[in-house]
Design a protein around this ligand. Structure first.
Ligand code: ADP
Ligand code: TRP
Length: 331
């Protein structure tokens, strides 16, 4: 039997090419080796997103983004967290075994408390119980599907360790391996995709190249990449240029070698380099964008895909809850 990998995606905001190369593409690769499950963590998003229209839209945008990027719903299980009520039943069960002190140590909660203290505000100002218990819901997401491996960025490793802790406490209590202990799959060397200003591409820096921008807007965005004041004639170093770094993501070695030699020879201005980047980005993203637009034009069909995914997921989730209830004496 193949091992299970599980990826949770928080539906917050438009996807950008940093998300695509840093998260979506590597996560989709896992489907080759694992029994892969992907879900939209919409109840996790509710902690911070209180505008119903916005949340409703981003859930669909992010789901469409993954499908357009190549997620095959016939080969993997793809669903919305909110469609699996068993996840919330398991969350309640896990609560009974989770020390409050463990939650006090969670990085996200501690950071929020520290911010309040620095502002001389009430310690828990603006902190809801969803944020405080975030790691328990995440543990339930993971444990309910007997997940072996959870690919995450470094910032999420603590959450996986907490899921391990909680599962271990439960296994120890009942003296049996009732729950599988998940492992974090951290990509140590995962590349950081630079944004328009050379810093890490991120929504919070407002320096992103959106994954699904229409062609005109895409070109305009690429033209905004910050460059230095080197003249057209000056030879340029491709290794010190974010235009070239981005170019590498979309091209093969031949194209890279040839643009690098034009850079070094001098005679190519930043404007032309950006045009060349736009050409290859657009070449790669056009088919993805077309698929995305087609999916977003038929939301009922998209919802159907997610519902069919939930139908595949629920029996697995129900079996874990049943197993737990039986051993806990609640059957
Ligand atoms: P943002 O920084 O834009 O808010 P998120 O934190 O929502 O992005 O990131 C979602 C996923 O995309 C994470 O797995 C993260 O590691 C990945 N990611 C985001 N930005 C980049 C980037 N510039 N380079 C590589 N991976 C990225
Ligand atoms: N907390 C994750 C993030 O912010 C999203 C997430 C929720 C998740 N549940 C999960 C990731 C379960 C992996 C497994 O990115």
């Amino acid at each position: 039997m193949k091992k299970v990998s599980l990826t949770g995606i928080k539906p917050t905001g438009d996807l950008h090419i940093g998300n695509y190369f840093g998260a979506i593409k590597p996560a989709l690769e896992l489907a080759k080796e694992y029994d892969a499950r992907y879900f939209i963590a919409d109840y996790h998003a509710l902690n911070t997103m209180k505008d119903p229209k916005e949340l409703n839209t981003t859930i669909r945008q992010v789901a469409a983004g993954w499908l357009a990027s190549g997620l095959d719903p016939d080969k993997v299980i793809f669903y919305r967290q909110s469609s699996i009520p068993e996840v919330f039943e398991l969350t309640t069960m896990l609560m009974s075994f989770t020390a409050k002190g463990l939650m006090n140590r969670a990085h996200a909660y501690k950071a929020a408390v520290q911010e309040n203290n620095e502002k001389n505000d009430d310690t828990d100002a603006g902190i809801n119980m969803g944020l405080f218990t975030y790691p328990i819901l995440m543990a339930a997401d993971i444990i309910i599907f007997d997940s072996d491996i959870v690919p995450v960025g470094k910032d999420q490793v603590q959450h996986i360790e907490m899921a391990q802790d909680i599962a271990q406490v439960i296994n120890a209590n009942y003296g049996t391996q009732i729950l599988k202990i998940p492992q974090a799959g951290v990509q140590e060397d995962s590349a950081v995709i630079p944004g328009l200003d050379g810093r890490k591409m991120s929504k919070s820096y407002n320096n992103v190249i959106p994954l699904f921008a229409p062609e005109k807007a895409l070109r305009k965005t690429i033209m905004r990449i910050t460059t230095n004041s080197q003249t057209v004639e000056e030879p340029k170093n491709p290794d010190e240029c974010q235009i070239f770094q981005l170019y590498k993501l979309f091209t093969d070695e031949n194209e890279q070698t040839s643009l690098a030699s034009v850079y070094r020879a001098g005679g190519m201005g930043w404007g032309n380099a950006k045009e060349e980047l736009f050409r290859v980005v657009n070449r790669c993203l056009s088919p993805i964008r077309e698929r995305y637009d087609a999916i977003m034009a038929d939301i009922p069909a998209l919802d159907k895909i997610l519902e069919q995914g939930a139908e595949k997921a629920r029996p697995i989730a129900a079996a874990t809850v049943k197993r737990f209830r039986k051993i806990a004496g609640i059957d």
